[in-house]
Design a protein. Sequence first.
Length: 482
Amino acid sequence: MADGIRGGDRAAAGRRFPPPRLVAYRDGVGRLRDALGIRLVDVGAALVVLAAVEITVATGSGPGAHPLNAVAYIAGGALVIPVLFRRKWPLQVLIACSVLLLFYYWFDRRNISPAPLLCLPLFDAAVAGYLAVAIVIPAFYMSVGLFVVKASTHESLVTLASDFLLSIVVLALAVVLGDTVRGRRALAEQTAERLRIAAEEREAEAARRVAEERLRIARELHDTVAHSMATITVQAGSALHLLGEARPAGAPGALGQARPGATAEPGDAATRPAIREALVAIRETSKEALVDMRVTLGQLRGSGADVDGSETRTAGLDRLDSLTEAVRAAGAPVSVAIAGEPVPLPPAVDHAAYRILQESLTNVLRHAGPDASAAVRLRYAPGTLTIEVADDGAGDDGRPGHGHGLTGMAERAAAVGGELRAGSRAGGGFEVTARLPTARPATSAQPGATARANPAAVDDADAVAGADATAQAGAAQTIPAP
């Protein structure tokens, strides 16, 4: 019983899986067929041509024709073999069929028409662009055939024309149809090429319009924000001058000295140093932001070059001290710790690191609260720079609104091949952690990319926003109300 079951399993397995030799044979035939370019449609076409040729062999007769026998049929079938390779070698197939037909007429002639054999190769050659050859070969056969038949049968021209007319028409139609198909295919290719060129022109036009719009935005941004930033810088400098910044100590009107005839205000001497520090921070921050914005806007006003180039990256970690001093002057204590051995950073990474720090510390001033402090930690590891900015103020609950600051930082980190995480801390406060590669990124943003993919294109807005927030926070937290 068990043997019967096992025998049935083996038989079922044999039906499911063909023998290895059969599989190898099929694979070999498939590879040979692919190498020769033979398709099923070619096999079908060859069978149709074979049937037409054998019919002409069976019906062919006349003076000097060989007897109809097996050799005549085999020779007629051999004429069709090259048709199998029509897809890969159309010109060679036409020449091979013509030569074989010539040999057939010479060695085992049956008075057959060349049209059944040559019509398909002529069509393929005309489609492939060999129009001259496709015209010469049938013209040669028709001319020689007319001469030979005229010489052997002495028939009249009208009889010869009626005998050869059908073959001439079939061969001419094959050539004309093939040339028509080739012309339609060429027209389709030209149409596709024109559509491609039109699409490229539309893209170029769209890029031109984007460049013009970018230039317009740069103009507007410069005419509005740059003027305001310059005004802030001048007014901060004027306030410092009125506080006696440049006067020697002990001189009348110097810092901490009352002017003659002026009434001393309570707490004036105590608050003036804090006012002076806040004004210095406002002036320096606005100056730096104005420089950054003018460099970036200068690129935008230029010839449309890549605004993400190194020439626009004027800010880096070398300005971290001035950044932290500005934040301290605005009223938020900041501590900086560096772990590991600092290494030179690529300009893109250096710039992104500074902008992430700038935005993170600006967020501390905006959202963490008046009594919050911040801690900056830079950790250098092989191939990686980790930036951590944490504060002990309000977490997500104390950060109203949904601006683009965190999104912009994440985009900056991603643009140089890094990553960024931000969220509330377990013990309270908020933390931003960014990991950036210390090696040069493999790819950079393409020219004309949007601000989402091109961080430097928004440097002006970041600088202005950071400076404005620092100035506003410093004024709100340090300058006492009158």
